[in-house]
Design a protein around this ligand. Structure first.
Ligand SMILES: Nc1ncnc2c1ncn2[C@@H]1O[C@H](COP(=O)(O)OP(=O)(O)OC[C@H]2O[C@@H]([n+]3cccc(C(=O)O)c3)[C@H](O)[C@@H]2O)[C@@H](O)[C@H]1O
Ligand SMILES: Nc1ncnc2c1ncn2[C@@H]1O[C@H](COP(=O)(O)OP(=O)(O)OP(=O)(O)O)[C@@H](O)[C@H]1O
Ligand SMILES: NC(=O)CC[C@H](N)C(=O)O
Length: 573
């Protein structure tokens, strides 16, 4: 069977940094060529970053993208890489807006494109047909759908080019390409991580390969972009769906594979363009298959990468957070240290008059084990004058402590340029169990999409992982085992206000992720009163969530653009 040596480069673009991203692609091309690759593919919008959101409506941005693609083709040739066929994803335009007529978004002027570069110029260009407009995606709002197929004839091998969502549609481009008879389907993607998504993505890739009776090469981008984390996990399957090669998750990687390309039948229609590949010498490459780790490891790595890229891509020198001795701030501190190094993480213990002894000692212990920068700033003397002057009691007095902590933490942020991390988990954020402008203050929320029961599992996994590698487990056992408490009044625990997390989290999953109604959740076996209370709290906290910091999405339905609900809302049932 004919063979092509294909490099899939999963790169971590910085959104908008067209030159920097172009440099990344050039470096990958160099490495691919050194390994004898004939074709290099990088991810969807790897030249611009993804998602570009309403930048797609800015003509000057689109012109800059187009110019950068053309320059990239020239720079490849100047580096002696002109024979390498490079397939690069980028926004393309400006095209003419359709106005109010037509079957597309009236204001859209961009297409989501893949350009095929060789010999210093663009040889072919494909525009994505299917524009996802569900969950976190808004592509129909910003892009004009493509209509044409692109099949490359590369030295007799027929290669069809697709972009991400095109692959996901039954009766979509893969079915439409039946007559074109590609021997390899090459799809460039920007597919964000969700726990368990691989259980959908991999079988989908395998199914499409079988449907097309062709090998399938799938290249994703990698890295954090605001609330999304792209996990890479690029792979190649053969025409029977068997995995031939697979890149590691959550890191940049160039996966070079010799791919068997099913031979085209004699009656295959002409290709869009015919390209002569560079010749490959030497032996067939040994394929590499990197299996993903356990789910806790994947989620941990996603949180670390999302946090690292948010901090570094936005050029923060360091982060600060309040360390309470509890599990949430402990996990956030370790994620931050794993992400950017312990010496860039500043933790402050902020004991109040209600703080327990262990809140201090557990915070001290964690800081010591992880080696982060650490200080103690008691807040009682800051709280008292305000409390007395304003004659505060009850919730107003309780929340004042959280707000005074926010003042201290934001002062450290302003003085030293630290990004303030806010430590709320998904269970608390769901029910509004945080003080607005208090502990919810901050610029980034590392565990915002992690339910409390998963926070504990992650802490246990991270400690076991350290022990298995002969290192000190970072999180004190006491922080994992003690009952969670906001410590805003004497002997307070979370369960004074909320059902136990083992009851709360499944109800939240049913309501938030699966979108079930109250009756349907009660039918799952939960107490009707508890379900109504939880649902009411979730509905009433929408306003708090809208003001909250973003954080990495790891679930199928994260708060934010995945779940858009009215704030002003009076349920009728
Ligand atoms: N729809 C809406 N649109 C705009 N504003 C709205 C609103 N509904 C209420 N509000 C405003 O919200 C205010 C109440 O919100 P807020 O001040 O946050 O206070 P609130 O939600 O009443 O209390 C905070 C709760 O979170 C708990 N907490 C605090 C700190 C940390 C933790 C933890 O374990 O991590 C837990 C604390 O024990 C308490 O139960 C009201 O004064 C009202 O003005
Ligand atoms: N004594 C404290 N010192 C420093 N920061 C604190 C203190 N108490 C609360 N915070 C900050 O406020 C956040 C909210 O914590 P709180 O103790 O109220 O409940 P929690 O959600 O159980 O969090 P944790 O598990 O981190 O204690 C903490 O994660 C921490 O960042
Ligand atoms: N960029 C895209 O088209 C992504 C959509 C696709 N369903 C995914 O998550 O992989």
């Amino acid at each position: 069977m004919p063979r092509l040596r294909v490099a899939l480069a999963q790169l971590n673009p910085v959104l908008g940094d067209l030159e920097g991203n172009s440099d990344r692609i050039l470096d990958a091309a160099q490495r691919a060529a050194e390994q004898g690759a004939q074709v290099l593919a990088v991810g969807e919008c790897a030249l611009s970053g993804y998602p570009i959101e309403d930048l797609a409506g800015r003509a000057s941005f689109l012109r800059a993208c187009r110019q950068q693609v053309e320059e990239l083709a020239v720079r490849l040739t100047e580096r002696g890489l002109g024979e390498l066929i490079v397939i690069v994803g980028h926004p393309d335009g400006p095209h003419e807006a359709s106005g109010l007529a037509g079957d597309r978004t009236p204001s859209a002027i961009a297409q989501n494109a893949a350009s095929v570069l060789q010999h210093g110029r663009v040889q072919a260009r494909y525009a994505k047909h299917h524009l996802p407009n569900y969950a976190v995606f808004d592509e129909y709002r910003t892009f004009i759908p493509g209509r044409d197929h692109v099949v490359l004839d590369i030295g007799g091998c027929r290669v069809a080019v697709l972009i991400c969502e095109d692959l996901w549609r039954d009766a979509g481009p893969v079915a439409e390409l039946k007559n074109a008879k590609p021997g390899l389907v090459l799809t460039i993607n920007a597919s964000p991580f969700e726990r368990d998504k691989q259980q959908v993505r991999l079988p989908l890739v395998q199914q499409r390969a079988r449907e097309a009776n062709a090998s399938l090469a799938y290249v994703n981008i990698v890295g954090g972009q605001d609330d999304l984390v792209f996990d890479g996990d690029s792979l190649v399957v053969d025409a029977s769906g068997t995995v031939v090669a697979r890149a590691p998750q959550f890191e940049e990687h160039v996966l070079v594979t010799d791919i068997d390309v099913v031979e085209a039948a004699a009656d295959a229609p002409p290709a869009t363009v015919t390209l002569e590949p560079r010749t490959v010498g030497g032996d067939v490459l040994e394929p590499t298959i990197n299996e993903p780790g356990p789910v806790e490891q994947q989620v941990w790595n996603a949180l670390v990468l999302g946090t690292r890229d948010y901090v570094n891509k936005n050029r923060f020198p360091s982060v600060v957070l309040g360390l309470s001795g509890g599990i949430d701030s402990a996990v956030c501190a370790v994620i931050a240290a794993d992400a950017i190094g312990a010496d860039r993480v500043h933790a402050i213990s902020l004991p109040s008059r209600y703080s327990s002894e262990h809140s201090r000692t557990d915070a001290d212990e964690l800081a010591e084990r992880v080696g982060i920068r650490y200080s103690v700033e008691p807040i009682a003397d800051l709280v008292s004058p305000i409390e007395q002057q304003l004659k505060l009691s009850g919730v107003a007095a309780e929340n004042l402590q959280a707000r005074v902590r926010a003042i201290v933490l934001m002062a450290a942020s302003n003085m030293h340029g630290h990004l303030l991390l806010t430590t709320g988990n998904k269970s608390e954020i769901s029910v509004g169990y945080s003080t607005i402008y208090g502990d919810s203050a901050g610029g980034f929320a590392p565990i915002r999409d992690v339910p409390k029961s998963l926070v504990w599992k992650l802490a246990t996994w991270r400690n076991e992982h350290a022990a298995a590698h002969g290192r000190t487990p970072p999180i004190p056992e006491n922080s994992i085992t003690k009952p969670p408490s906001a410590e805003l009044r004497p002997d307070q625990t979370d369960q004074d206000s909320l059902p136990p997390y083992e009851v709360l989290d499944p109800i939240l999953d049913a309501y938030v992720t699966r979108n079930l109604g109250v009756d349907e959740i009660v039918a799952l076996g939960y107490d009707a009163g508890v379900v109504s209370d939880v649902v009411r709290l979730v509905d009433h906290s929408e306003w708090k969530r809208r003001q909250g910091a973003i954080g990495p999405k790891i679930s199928a339905v994260a708060f934010g653009r995945d779940r858009r609900l009215p704030i002003t809302y009076r349920p009728s049932q």
